[in-house]
Every structure is written in C-alpha cells, then in structure tokens.
Design a binder for this molecule. Structure first.
Ligand code: 5GP
Length: 186
C-alpha cells in the first residue's frame, strides 16, 4: 500500500505541535517529519528530534539546491521541510508534517496527493491566552504572531479538512479518523 503524506497546519499557538506529538507517541505507523530551522534551540529540544538545527549559511545552501519542499522565513528565522527525509520515511509509513499555513499550500503544489488539515482555535481570545501561557515569547513577539492570525485564517479554504482544537482529546480523535479514512483511499 502506498503511504500518504498528511500536513497539519494552523495559526501559531493553536496546538498543532502538541497534537502532532500525541499522534507520534500513540501511533507507531505514523512518522512525524522533522523540519530544518535556523532558530535557536529552546530548552529541552534536541537536534534531529525536534528539528535539524542549521546555521543560516547551511540552510540557504540547501534551499538554493532545491532540497526543501517548502521553506519560509518568519520571526527572523528560516523553517523548511527536507524532501529527502520525507520521501525516505514515506517508503515505510504515513508521514505527518507540522508546518505553518503557507507551507501547507506549497507542499500541496508539489505533492497534490498530500492531505491538508487546518487546525484552528475555538476563538482568537483562546489562542491569545494559549500563547501567553506558553510563555516562551516576549509580549512583542506574541503581538506579532496575533497580527498574522487574520491572514492565516484566510488560507483555511484551501485545506482539505478543518479541525477545531477546543478539547485536545476530541481534536486528536478527529485527526486520527481523518488519517484512517484517507489511508484507506487509493
Ligand atoms: P516554532 O519556532 O514555535 O517551533 O515554530 C514556529 C512556526 O514554524 C510554527 O508555526 C511551525 O509550525 C512552523 N514550522 C515548523 N517547521 C516548519 C517547516 O518545515 N516549514 C514551515 N513553513 N514552517 C514550519
């Protein structure tokens, strides 16, 4: 059976990282792709596990060589999806990409068979609270992220599915259902 590529996207702080992690931990048949980034490691993060942490020079070299499905610069750092890592993993199992909303569209342009899932918060207020509670960013950066929200939500229409993350377990179940249903299709 051919394995499928799933893309989980949504505005910052909507919980896609948490959900992607739950999917990875509970489903050995789904691999979570690892992106490359130039941003600094946060406490507890590991190279080759959370991200492949690259220097800006190395990242741009790979980008120019066409080694990413997509990459983008936001909040002064680059993020990219490595083609070889995704392709190699797809030989063995379904792959889930957890990327920003622009990234999802770019992947779909190159891989029309990819299934795009848009994760959203029940309300902007809930999202603001979540970003502040996470407390890894300065107030300025949080405001910058919130300013992007409107634009990010405008891309929802290009996605195959929308899932509201109100209750984490319910959102998880919905995602697993989508992945199961799509995996059965040819
Ligand atoms: P963070 O710095 O919080 O880990 O991630 C910041 C943003 O980068 C998140 O919205 C995350 O989904 C996005 N991101 C992570 N990996 C990729 C990637 O490979 N490509 C793109 N375009 N965005 C990514």
């Amino acid at each position: 059976m051919k394995h499928k590529l799933f893309v989980l996207s949504g505005p910052s702080g909507v919980g896609k990282g948490t959900l992607a992690n739950m999917i990875r931990l509970r489903n050995p048949d789904i691999a979570l792709s690892i992106s490359c980034t130039t941003r600094e490691k946060r406490e507890g993060e590991k190279d080759g596990v959370d991200y492949f942490f690259l220097t800006k020079e190395e990242f741009l070299r790979r980008a120019n060589a066409g080694l990413f499905y997509e990459y983008s610069e936001h909040f002064d750092n680059f993020y990219g999806t490595p083609k070889d890592y995704v392709e190699k993993t797809l030989e063995e199992k379904n792959v889930l990409l957890e990327i920003d909303v622009n990234g999802g569209e770019l992947v779909k342009a190159q891989r029309p068979d990819a299934v795009l899932i848009f994760l959203k918060a029940p309300s902007v207020e809930a999202l603001r609270e979540r970003l502040i509670r996470r407390n890894t960013e300065s107030f300025d950066k949080i405001e910058k992220r919130l300013a992007r929200l409107e634009y990010e939500y405008s891309l929802e229409k290009d996605y195959d599915y929308s899932v509201v993350n109100d209750d984490l377990e319910e959102a998880y179940e919905e995602l697993i259902k989508i992945i199961g249903k799509e995996s059965e299709k040819e």
